[in-house]
Ligand binder design. Sequence first.
Ligand SMILES: Nc1ncnc2c1ncn2[C@@H]1O[C@H](COP(=O)(O)OP(=O)(O)OP(=O)(O)O)[C@@H](O)[C@H]1O
Ligand SMILES: [Mg+2]
Length: 345
Amino acid sequence: MSESVLRIDDLSIVYRTARGLVRATSHVSFSLAKGETIALIGESGSGKTTLSLALIRMLPAAAQITSGAIHYTRNGQTRNVLSLSPGDMRAFRWKECAMVFQGAQNAFNPVLRIRQQFADTAAAHGIKDPEVVKARTLELLRLVRLDPQRVYDAYPHEMSGGMKQRALLALGVLLDPQVVILDEPTTALDILTQRAIIDVLNEMQKRLNFSIIFISHDLALAAEMADRVATMYAGEIVELAPVAEMFYRPHHPYTLGLLRSVPKLDQRRDDLVSIPGDPPNLIDPPSGCKFHPRCQFATDHCHQEAPPLVEYTPGHFAACWHTDKVAAARSGFIDLKEVKKDDRS
Ligand SMILES: Nc1ncnc2c1ncn2[C@@H]1O[C@H](COP(=O)(O)OP(=O)(O)OP(=O)(O)O)[C@@H](O)[C@H]1O
Ligand SMILES: [Mg+2]
């Protein structure tokens, strides 16, 4: 897993609003390897959707990319997505990088049969042979464990939410993209349906070997899907690490806070701790470390100077002046027996 398909370099995005500039994504850098899954976690408003919309250049008109580059590599050829022509950009979406949008259960056109929607997407990218499109559509519907014959001719309203979500995943990979972005793909689905979607995704990825950017509020799902996890806070990546590292040895107090706010089966309710305060105003963010107003470890240094993202152990990056204090705090919280048993690294 060494060849990178996507390399995001110092990406910053603002929204122009009547009240001022919203700094939605600030100086984000990371790369995605072939076949790898990265999960983006973080509270509502931390910039996850903004970041992923930028990758396929689907930001709303009020948004502006103020710094950075997005390098995409296929067959040894690298291009900056930000300098593609509109025509090349249209080809890039779906064919190279597909996105399943947040709350997309109703993304299908209600008056068209599923087969028509697959055919239209293929035709838009120059694949017009009906036999080829039909064979590929049926194959993918089977891969997402739908009854291909039935769904092929169905209208969206004849399908449940979970079936539509699976059909959307199939449509997402119709043109064999290298990167699939999934923005909260299982939100609004019941837990068994979520389970089925995750199984299907894992199977599709094994077969088709695409890379995934997986956005989720659900840390358990992120843990299960991801090779690496990036924690976002106020538009920045504040921690990036292999999944077991992130969950068992978090270095950033915000990641630790997120982990502590998730209930476990064997935990008493009063052991659950929520993160105090609210996410910051991104028009006028706090000085220094943006997390300092909510951080139990904050000192004057944190008010004054933003901590850089530093690599503490190979592949484990965090932006915090007080990782030693976080380490002491997590040892009281994370069960070491569990670390031994499940540690994948
Ligand atoms: N069209 C827009 N105009 C102005 N501000 C916006 C717009 N879209 C998003 N924002 C702001 O940008 C910031 C990042 O929003 P974004 O939707 O990327 O967060 P998110 O992490 O995806 O949140 P969620 O978990 O709720 O989906 C927020 O402060 C949000 O209010
Ligand atoms: Mg979002």
